[in-house]
Ligand binder design. Structure first.
Ligand code: ATP
Length: 457
């Protein structure tokens, strides 16, 4: 058997994950029938469920489990002065070079230094242009006139929608510092290089939480949020040896940041940023004060009406990048037999049951003899509590494999014995173990299994 294995058997690669994602309806290329749109992807039936569950887990962690964090959904289109104040018009640029010969375009900080120094294209050896700054914001026009007065940007981050609303939220919800505002939403960046599937795209989603603190307590809160974000990924059931911190050095720090750490994940293409935890100081609120003329100070009524501009600790994660991380983290190929054919291996997505797009699939052993009807009845009951699927096509072994590949943690099989004694087979995705359970106890049993879930591989 061993000699038949290619070097990638059993391993996750971006190619395999991209192909599985398409085959099973997680993620499709945008506008594929027209040749695809670079930097944009569509989430299919399983993908949207996975994305929603990842967003739901984050939202619960931030707003439901924290008394001092509230949610917001701000508009994508913001007043253009916002982006002057935030520094994006001036600073949100990447260094860009083009090859005069093959027309390839590169981010200057992503090609070898010797190529940049010699102005030599890393792909064809042709001459490179001088480096120039390229603003990543998508610019368009609002209204009928396409003049400078009508310029509007698609937001490149969700954070600014939070800053411009922070006083509204203090007033409407009587928030007291320290407190946070959480938001999930689309962001757009005209990325020069969009490769590695959904890792870096022009249209993506962010999950950002901005925590407003008293100046002087910012270092403490920064460390606290680093701890909480690490604990969050642990709770999510991610392989912790695939996560690490990366501290930004002086050259890497954004123009607004005092300190910044990235959570990096070991993707198939290497260690890459998943989320940033930043101490943004009072930069943004100071700038909004300056540009809007509005007073952005916090008035501390519990402390003699002391006034100050709060510091902000930001945790900024990519939702769509988290989808890729969870897909990579869950992906496994396992040898389950040694007969020398394709069936020896199964592909299994080991999602945590809280994240799996389908929690339980109901499968009648046969379509005939009333088994399909019984299985449909059971599914109908389970639907109220779980995301379910129903599959009656093909051999049962193949159906299990299909569910393994979709990451469904539990299968319920209805057979002839079910008709006699009311029990069904409960099959576990990870161990492939099968037990018999009375159908009346299924809901309670599944709830308990989800609660007690521990990944075994
Ligand atoms: P990078 O250095 O990779 O361009 P960044 O440091 O500019 O990213 P932030 O501005 O800190 O990223 O954005 C916060 C998070 O948003 C990132 O950690 C990432 O998960 C996500 N993100 C940023 N840009 C993209 C993108 N083009 N596509 C998908 N996700 C992105």
């Amino acid at each position: 058997m061993a000699e038949q294995l290619n070097e990638y058997q059993g391993k996750a690669t971006m190619e395999k994950i991209t192909s599985l994602a398409k085959r099973r309806g997680f993620v499709f290329q945008s506008s594929e029938i027209y040749g695809g749109q670079n930097g944009a992807w569509d989430y299919g039936p399983l993908g949207i469920e996975l994305k929603n569950r990842i967003a739901g887990a984050w939202w619960k962690e931030m707003t439901q489990l924290n008394d001092d964090i509230v949610g917001l959904d701000a508009a994508i289109l913001m007043h253009p002065r916002t982006w002057e104040a935030s520094g994006h018009v001036e600073n949100f640029t990447d260094p860009l070079v083009d090859c005069k010969k093959c027309k390839a375009r590169f981010r200057a900080d992503m090609i070898p230094e010797e190529n940049l120094a010699a102005k030599k294209c890393p792909e064809c050896g042709g001459e490179l242009t001088d480096t120039r700054k390229f603003n990543l914001m998508f610019k368009t026009h609002i209204g009928p006139a396409e003049d400078t007065a009508s310029i509007i940007y698609l937001r490149p981050e969700t954070a600014q929608g939070i800053y411009v609303n922070y006083k509204n939220i203090i007033q409407s919800n009587r928030m007291k510092i320290p407190f946070g505002i959480a938001q999930i939403g689309k962001a757009f960046r005209n990325e020069i290089v969009t490769k590695n599937f959904i890792f870096r795209t022009c249209e993506f989603e962010q999950m950002e939480m901005q925590f407003f603190v008293k100046p002087g307590s910012d270092d403490e809160w920064f460390n606290e949020w680093r701890k909480r974000r690490w604990a969050y990924y642990e709770k999510l059931g991610v392989k912790m040896d695939h996560l690490r911190w990366h501290q930004h050095d002086k050259d890497e720090l954004a123009h607004y940041a005092k300190d910044a750490y990235d959570v990096q994940y070991l993707f198939p293409m290497g260690w890459r940023e998943l989320e940033g935890v930043h101490n943004r100081t009072n930069y943004d609120l100071n700038r909004h004060t300056q540009f809007s003329g509005k007073d952005m100070q916090y008035i501390d009524q519990d402390n003699n009406n002391e006034r100050y501009i709060p510091f902000i600790i930001e945790t900024s994660a990519g939702l769509t990048r988290n989808v890729l991380m969870i897909l990579c983290d869950a992906y496994d190929e396992e040898q389950v037999a040694d007969k020398g054919n394709d069936d020896d291996w199964r592909t299994v997505l080991r999602f945590h049951p809280n994240l799996a797009p389908v929690t339980v699939a109901v499968l009648p052993l046969m379509k005939k003899d009333g088994l399909a009807e019984l299985a449909q009845d059971i599914r109908r009951e389970l639907k109220e509590d779980f995301a379910t699927d129903y599959d009656q096509a093909g051999a049962i072994g193949r159906r299990y494999r299909r569910q393994d590949e979709a990451g469904t943690p539990f299968c319920v099989t209805v057979d002839y014995q079910s008709k006699e004694d009311g029990t069904v087979t409960l099959r576990f995705r990870d161990s492939m173990e099968q037990i018999r359970v009375p159908k009346t106890e299924l809901t309670a049993r599944l709830r308990q299994e989800i609660k007690d879930y521990k990944r075994i591989k």
